[in-house]
Design a protein around this ligand. Structure first.
Ligand code: ASP
Length: 360
């Protein structure tokens, strides 16, 4: 075959390959944005026995196709395509699902015909997945996590409207470059800052100190601010070749604690530990032998707080310089764990990791 023909043939093969991998949208309308819904489970896909069942229902039963067809209004605001990534209650979230989800988000967002992504998720660990994606998604296109506090079968179910608005948000140009967002209860939050604050109410998601990114006014998202911390394309984290994440455990401090759980984590092979201290990240006197043993075994320790809100002052309640601790800034323990896991994929140098906690 002549070199010219060879080149043309390979170009055709590459084109066909790229085209066949590209996601398609049913009845695509060029005037509407293309939004992919990645479903992971949770109460938004939950069902109860009666319309008044708001506790004791089964989470993660409705498949993504049904979630979409249950809200026909979605197709009025976007061209939709759905994929089932997992079907779990989010308290059972795994690192494997996170990595698969992140890789899928990155593949989809790299496609020119995808404008934004919505991830449906249980509310228990929604804030963790949101921050994880915020740190590893490599695109400025909108990614929106959405959940609900009531199952779809409940009177006044909050899932359908939340989903509808999440799709609008994911298809909104102004939402690009705002990091991974969380949309529930008329409110738009930054993935880094949002946390679940109430066990059983629809207004559970709040961003202490930072506040909301924006709100919905009817069908219109209205933004008021942007997070200044590095996210998505500005981070150094890359999940492309990761199949697992370093083990990081969280230990909770309380009166009378003598470090038993720190020892347990060290013995279990933890590479990092987030200490959910009292107040401004305090460590009890009786915990220090276990802390020193962990450090001797190469465990990297981040000081956070069980208060779940506020800054951990470096060298405040503990001598961080002397021990080589890292202060978590204002990341709560579950979010500090995510940053520490990703940091440990890059380095074990505590100075470098501290710098990451100031930046992300
Ligand atoms: N346990 C449920 C979950 O996180 C709660 C919810 O989705 O609201 O999947």
């Amino acid at each position: 075959m002549k070199p010219n023909k060879k080149l043309i043939l390979s170009l055709v093969i590459v084109f066909l390959l790229v085209f066949s991998l590209q996601i398609t949208f049913a009845a695509e309308n060029p005037t509407k944005p293309n939004v992919v819904i990645l479903a992971t489970g949770g109460t938004i896909a939950g069902a109860g026995v009666t319309s008044t069942t708001t506790v004791g229902y089964t989470a993660a039963v409705t498949p993504v196709d049904k979630l979409i067809s249950n809200v026909p209004e979605l197709t009025k605001v976007a061209n939709i395509s759905g994929e089932q990534v997992s079907q779990i209650a989010s308290e059972s979230m795994t690192m494997e699902i996170w990595l698969n989800l992140a890789k899928r988000v990155n593949i989809l967002l790299a496609q020119h015909n995808v404008d934004g992504i919505v991830v449906t998720h249980g509310t228990d660990t929604l804030e963790e997945t949101a921050y994880f994606l915020d740190l590893v998604v490599k695109s400025k296109k909108p990614v929106v996590l959405v959940g609900s506090m009531r199952p779809g079968t409940a009177m006044s179910a909050d899932g359908p409207l939340n989903l509808y608005r999440a799709v609008i948000l994911a298809g909104t140009k102004e939402a690009a470059g705002k990091g991974v967002m969380v949309m529930l209860n008329d409110t738009i939050h930054a993935g880094r800052e949002v946390t679940k604050t109430i066990t059983d109410r629809v207004d559970t998601f709040q961003a202490p100190i930072a506040g909301v990114l924006g709100v919905f006014s009817g069908d219109q998202p209205v933004f008021y601010r942007k997070s200044l911390r590095k996210n998505t394309t500005a981070t150094e984290f890359d999940v492309t070749n990761l199949t697992t994440l370093p083990r990081v455990d969280i230990v909770y401090h309380y009166a009378g604690n003598a470090g038993t759980m720190i020892d347990a984590a060290t013995n279990a092979g933890a590479k990092g530990l987030v200490h959910a201290g009292t107040g401004n990240g305090s460590i009890g006197k009786a915990e220090y032998p276990a802390v020193e043993n962990a450090l001797k075994n190469g465990v990297v320790i981040v000081r956070s707080s069980r208060v779940g809100n506020g800054i951990i002052s470096r060298n405040g309640e503990a001598n961080d310089d002397k021990y080589g601790f890292i202060a978590s800034d204002n990341l709560n323990p579950q979010k500090a764990r995510i940053l520490l896991m990703l940091a440990l994929t890059k380095t074990t140098d505590v100075k470098e990791i501290q710098q990451m906690f100031w930046e992300y």
